[in-house]
Design a binder for this molecule. Structure first.
Ligand code: IMP
Ligand code: MG
Length: 178
């Protein structure tokens, strides 16, 4: 796994502070209710594990797997649901949790998909929001870190399946990586 082309952008301490803040906001907003957290695999796995432990409410967890076509650093707008939920969302308070909001196509498609199953409420939470990359008209309800551009890896995020285990988040330039 090459380490060229990586430039540290967010430290593990900075990430942890944002995750604690999100957990506190979510715990306050959903006080008195039971929450179903839906993680979007695979990139969310570390963020999800930290976020559930920062929430001081009874929660259930489930996962979906979504793939947007295109192997490189651009999404195409074609979103495929590769693994559906195992639990029912009907009449439940559902919070979709994803790693990064980029074009917005993934969360928009997933949101529409779950909204059709009559949840009691449906909101979204992302660790990272690439504000200027948006192509779909979609915004998340809870955002950890907003940033402007660049492709990032680490803390669950990959480039062609590599770098997910890095504890910090790095800007990644594929052109400089070989
Ligand atoms: P969207 O549909 O364009 O919003 O893309 C969302 C998905 O694309 C995320 O859940 C990630 O899996 C992936 N993605 C978008 N930007 C990045 C990035 O900078 N690094 C790693 N994965 C990314
Ligand atoms: Mg993803």
């Amino acid at each position: 796994m090459p380490s060229q082309g990586l430039e540290k952008l967010y430290s593990r301490e900075h990430i942890a502070r944002q995750v604690q803040r999100l957990g506190a906001e979510i715990s306050r907003d959903y006080a008195g209710r039971e929450l179903l957290l839906v993680g979007v695999l695979k990139g969310v796995f570390l963020f999800f594990a930290d976020l559930v432990r920062a929430i001081s409410l009874p929660v259930n967890v489930d996962f979906v797997r979504v793939a947007s076509y295109g192997p490189h650093t651009q999404t195409t707008g074609l979103v495929e649901l590769r693994k559906d939920l195992e639990m029912s969302v009907t009449d439940r308070h559902v919070l979709i949790v994803d790693d990064i909001l980029d074009s917005g196509y993934t969360l928009e498609a997933l949101y529409q998909h779950l909204a059709g199953r009559q949840p009691a409420s449906l909101k979204t939470c992302v660790l990272l929001d690439k504000r200027h990359a948006r192509q779909a008209a979609f915004e998340a309800d809870y955002v950890g870190i907003r940033f402007d551009s660049g492709f990032v890896v680490g803390y669950g995020l990959d480039y062609q399946e590599d770098y997910r285990n890095l504890a910090d988040i790095y800007l990644f330039d594929p052109a400089r990586s070989v």
